[in-house]
Design a protein around this ligand. Structure first.
Ligand SMILES: NC(=O)c1ccc[n+]([C@@H]2O[C@H](COP(=O)([O-])OP(=O)(O)OC[C@H]3O[C@@H](n4cnc5c(N)ncnc54)[C@H](OP(=O)(O)O)[C@@H]3O)[C@@H](O)[C@H]2O)c1
Length: 315
């Protein structure tokens, strides 16, 4: 039985991974031992079918203790400081979570691997389109990163640590992840736009940044395709199509028949955000599609899934 340890399971991707593995354990012959970890209390509604550890990944001793105790075959590191402006302002904390904590995990696995010859863990690390400057998207796995925000720098620094480590590794790069999960600590583009427009609030939406939004379920599937195959190297796992943020919000409004006149078109410069954002990202997905069999849904299909989940018809 594959033991999969996931960090950051209170977050969007972390929760989707736990639910995906629980579903697979119910429906397929292949079984997983699920080790969910996040800082603080477990916020998933379903508490059965997996182990949960309160694990702050910035605590190196705790990382080593939990890893040694559970001896995972695969670690999926989803935990991160993901608020880009917060990273710009709180750089020490950003480095502690996004960079140092990655080295603690790698070090713990390297030590365990060194101590036991047959133990060969696979480390899957989540990265971002923000490692690029956004001047020449869509990007492939071999394009050279050039981050323009502190968050982007921190994620790229961690990518380099992973690439240089002695454990077997994969880096999953993704873009604007959207989805519905239990007790979320932060919203995402789809839920934010839908909720604001439904309340009749005016929203400022930028028309000069382009992204390929990623359904959280697709990202979780992509991570598990990598875990199952123990695939190595960098993989782009995002939605297929790149749109401007404005176009995405129009699509959200159209889907739920919301009032588009509440959408005020602005440029990035007028928002005056602490962190710079890459103007145009988007990914070339050929590697994931051809090597892993990754099948991303369209944005419209993603909205349909969210709609069903919000109506409680689907998990
Ligand atoms: N979301 C996106 O649009 C996006 C885009 C590109 C790349 N990514 C990358 O994809 C990964 C997953 O993102 P996500 O959307 O799932 O993010 P998320 O919803 O913000 O989840 C991150 C989780 O990490 C937890 N965490 C933070 N610091 C921790 C620590 N020191 N120890 C343990 N857990 C900690 C957070 O805990 P709390 O809930 O308690 O704060 C949160 O539950 C991240 O690596 C991110 O950089 C995300």
């Amino acid at each position: 039985m594959q033991r999969i340890l996931i960090t950051g399971t209170n977050g969007l991707l972390g929760q989707k991974l736990v639910y995906l593995l629980l579903e697979r354990n119910l429906t397929s012959a292949k079984q997983y031992q699920i080790i969910a970890t996040s800082r603080g209390e477990n916020r998933l509604v379903t508490k059965k079918g997996y182990q949960y550890f309160d694990l702050d990944i910035t605590n190196s001793a705790e990382v080593e203790r939990v890893f040694t105790q559970t001896k995972p075959h695969v670690v999926i590191n989803t935990a991160a400081m993901t608020n880009v402006d917060q990273c710009e302002k709180e750089r020490k904390i950003c480095d502690a979570i996004n960079v140092d904590a990655v080295s603690y995990q790698l070090r713990a696995l390297e030590k365990m691997q060194h101590a036991e010859k047959n133990y060969k863990p696979h480390f899957i690390h989540l990265s971002t389109d923000f490692v690029f400057d956004g001047e020449a998207g869509p990007y492939s796995e071999t394009d050279k990163p050039n981050p323009i925000s502190y968050y982007g720098h921190s994620k790229y620094n961690a990518d380099v640590l992973v690439e240089e480590s002695a454990v077997s590794w994969a880096i999953v790069r993704t873009i604007i992840v959207y989805g519905v999960v239990d007790n979320m600590s932060r919203s995402n583009l789809v839920l934010w736009a839908k909720s604001a427009l439904q309340k009749g609030e005016k929203i400022n939406v930028i028309n000069d940044q382009f992204r390929a939004p990623t359904l959280a379920e697709d990202l979780a599937e992509g991570c598990m395709l990598i875990a199952d195959k123990k695939a190595k190297g960098i993989y782009n796992i995002s939605g297929r199509d790149t749109y401007s943020i404005l176009d995405l919000v129009y699509q959200i409004a159209d889907f739920w028949q919301l009032n588009k006149s509440l959408i005020q078109v602005v440029s990035s410069a007028t928002l005056d955000q602490p962190a710079k954002r890459p103007p145009r990202t988007g990914f070339i997905l050929d590697k994931a599609i051809n090597q892993l069999g990754y099948k991303p849904k369209s944005f419209r299909e993603g909205l349909n899934i969210i709609d069903k989940q919000l109506k409680g018809l689907d998990k």
